[in-house]
Design a protein around this ligand. Structure first.
Ligand SMILES: Cc1cc2nc3c(=O)[nH]c(=O)nc-3n(C[C@H](O)[C@H](O)[C@H](O)COP(=O)(O)OP(=O)(O)OC[C@H]3O[C@@H](n4cnc5c(N)ncnc54)[C@H](O)[C@@H]3O)c2cc1C
Length: 385
């Protein structure tokens, strides 16, 4: 379809900044940019009819991190990088709550739990030492948990296992610093906040290619004619390699299901198992369960938004053998879906200028709900007003 002169002079007129991807990172980048530089002409280009990556398809944990996950991160990346990542998550959660009222995104601060089994991948006998170590090193970095009055960052609440009814679980750790929210409501609130400041969002617009030149960047999309912009920020996370093939970004599909309401449902909060490979929470009186990617690592390195029988069956077994009390009737599974995360060799986001006037903020490593506001601030610092 050819565009009109009116459209060319408005929707498709040259911009100061084009952001590719309307997930949390793209939206927070627009939010930070337009508040820092209110006169900028900013457009977000999104290939889907609605944001179609992970931001509206995740589990909605405003994730802080579990004991075994953080201890594994120390082994993988060292203490300093682990601390930096937790700090980003914590500051991100604070930023979300500073900008939006809790009600807008159904935020609930019920805390997060980690289920630990004997003879699992995490040595259960280390739990209390690890809790003491993490509480000690995290407190000064985050500025929490070190006052006598404040709750400890992590504590052993194994005495609650029977209350929840978990099976084959021998220890339970808890942190009051994790919360849960409605991801799509937060995305919509962000969309409305940036649009109110004049940011344009074009859906069904897929960036196919871009080219830097002396005046900025020319962008080729599925629409007719190129779009011109002074700067472009690529916020396409799991899809980043399509536009930036050299980046160390590997797509990682996450599969989820939600049950029908469960009578006498006992869970309230967010729950992790096996270094975060399994995660579940309550959505009212329904169970949302996701994960099991480690059952089929290679097959799940995909951007295809299907669900598979192997992963879904594994999740169902996990629900019956671990989560629900012994003898429970199997609940109906009401919905199944998947979303695409981005991983890489390092568990850190990539925020950089990849070419003149071309920036990227990608590879959220499955924690984008929490870290996106801080990733966006870091990306904006690299850019010109
Ligand atoms: C099942 C699942 C559970 C998760 N649970 C949690 C959780 O509980 N807590 C947490 O913190 N994180 C969680 N995550 C991760 C979190 O959702 C992501 O880290 C976060 O949403 C990433 O945001 P983003 O904006 O970087 O990417 P996305 O939300 O993926 O946004 C990228 C956008 O770019 C668009 N796009 C891609 N290519 C193009 C193109 N060429 N042109 C135009 N548009 C394009 C896509 O359609 C997409 O909308 C989960 C993820 C999944 C999949």
């Amino acid at each position: 379809m050819a565009i009109s002169v009116w459209e060319k002079e408005t929707y498709y007129a040259p911009k100061d900044v084009v952001i590719v991807g309307c997930g949390f990172v793209g939206l927070w980048t627009a939010y930070e940019l337009i508040h820092k530089y209110p006169k900028l002409k900013i457009t977000i280009l999104e290939k889907g009819t609605i944001p179609s990556g992970a931001s509206t398809r995740n589990a909605g944990f405003s994730c802080f991190g579990s004991v075994s996950e953080l201890m594994f991160d120390v082994e993988l990346m060292g203490e300093a990088t682990m601390l930096e990542t937790v700090k980003m998550r914590y500051q991100g959660l604070q930023r979300i709550q500073a900008v939006f009222d809790k009600k807008v995104m159904d935020y609930e601060g019920n805390g997060g739990y980690e289920l630990i089994e004997k003879n699992g991948s995490y040595p259960i006998e280390r739990l209390n030492d690890d809790i003491a170590y993490l509480n000690k090193i995290l407190a000064p970095v985050l500025g929490i948990g070190n006052k006598k009055s404040s709750a400890p960052i992590y504590k052993d609440v194994s005495n609650k296992i029977s209350q929840f009814g978990f099976q084959q679980i021998q220890a339970l750790a808890y942190s009051p610093y994790e919360g849960q929210l409605h991801s799509a409501k937060l995305v919509i609130a962000l969309q409305q906040a940036v649009q109110a400041k004049g940011v344009q969002i074009l859906f069904n617009t897929e960036v196919k290619k871009f080219k830097s030149h002396s005046g900025g960047v020319s962008i080729q999309t599925n629409l007719e004619g190129d779009l011109e912009t002074k700067q472009i920020v690529i916020c396409t996370n799991g899809f980043a390699k399509t536009l930036l093939p050299k980046l160390d970004v590997v797509p990682a599909r996450g599969q989820v299901f939600v049950t029908a309401p469960i009578p006498d449902f006992r869970l309230k909060g967010t729950f992790h198992f096996d270094e975060g490979y399994y995660y579940f929470r309550n959505v009212g009186d329904r169970l949302l369960l996701g994960g099991a990617r480690n059952k089929a690592f290679a097959a799940e390195k995909t951007t295809s938004l299907e669900t598979t029988k192997l992963i879904q069956d594994t999740l169902e077994q996990f629900m019956m053998k671990r989560i629900l009390p012994k003898g429970s009737k199997k609940p109906k599974i009401e919905m199944r879906w998947s979303g695409v995360m981005a991983m890489g060799k390092e568990k850190k986001p990539i925020i950089q200028e990849v070419q003149p006037n071309v920036y990227c903020a990608v590879r959220m490593n499955g924690m984008g709900v929490a870290i996106a506001p801080i990733v966006a601030q870091k990306a904006v610092k690299l850019m010109r007003g």
